[in-house]
Design a protein around this ligand. Structure first.
Ligand code: ADP
Ligand code: ZN
Length: 214
């Protein structure tokens, strides 16, 4: 099963992806998480990506594509994968198609999380992330048991630099300008299903699992 998640920042892709990947038994590939991990380890890739992430801009296509190419060749991807945050431009989508064709694979489904601007803002400004393991929480919608501490690993929770209000607005603009076009790209190929992400996350997850199990 090869699945792509689309949707604006704050639609809940990251949180949902973790649950879907677990239920479907496929790896969750988040390019944003990969960049944050690289940055935590101070690698050249992480430092390069940081320049763009802090401004809410996209990392150049060739950098992201090379990273994904390497990732999807790992043995755990033999069963399929769930892409979260990739592709984000038409060029990335075309490169992904090339990679899959070469491997004799196809995309099974593209799930498009739809969400109001008000919900997006509320989710992003309240989001907290574990520094150690990347687990996602929300100050009101999904609080950790102890404030500021990760339920999974006791790591410290922090607010991503790009979850501050001025960067959020730019990320939404970048999404509309560079990523929203992918919706048509996949709809034309009859791969896309719209998912209502404006409802509690359990309902959104249920809508998606029906499609993934079908
Ligand atoms: P969100 O979906 O909440 O905006 P992500 O964690 O997916 O956040 O991405 C954070 C940042 O990482 C993006 O704003 C961008 O700078 C970079 N990034 C992640 N994935 C890509 C990608 N496919 N192409 C370019 N940049 C990316
Ligand atoms: Zn943690």
């Amino acid at each position: 099963m090869h699945v792509i998640l689309l949707g604006p920042p704050g639609a809940g892709k990251g949180t949902q992806a973790v649950s879907i990947a677990e239920k479907a038994g496929i790896p969750h590939i988040s390019t944003g998480d990969m960049f944050r991990t690289a940055l935590k380890h101070g690698t050249p890739l992480g430092l390069e990506a940081k320049k763009y992430m802090d401004a809410g801009e996209l990392v150049p296509d060739d950098v992201v594509v090379a990273m994904v190419r390497e990732r999807i060749q790992k043995p755990d991807c033999a069963k399929g994968f769930l892409l979260d945050g990739f592709p984000r431009t038409i060029v990335q989508a075309e490169k992904l198609d090339e990679m899959l064709v070469q491997a004799g694979l196809t995309i099974d489904r593209v799930l498009n999380l739809e969400c109001s601007a008000a919900t997006v803002l509320k989710r992003l400004t309240g989001r907290r992330v574990c520094k150690a393991c990347g687990a996602i929480f929300h100050v009101t919608n999904m609080p950790s048991k102890q404030a500021g501490v990760c339920d999974a690993c006791n790591g410290v929770l922090y607010q991503r630099d790009d979850d501050k209000e001025d960067t959020i607005l730019n990320r939404l603009e970048v999404y509309n300008r560079q990523t929203a076009g992918l919706i048509d790209h996949y709809r034309r190929r009859a791969l896309l299903t719209d998912i209502n992400a404006d409802v509690p996350r359990e309902e959104t997850l249920a809508q998606m699992m029906v499609l993934i199990r079908a």
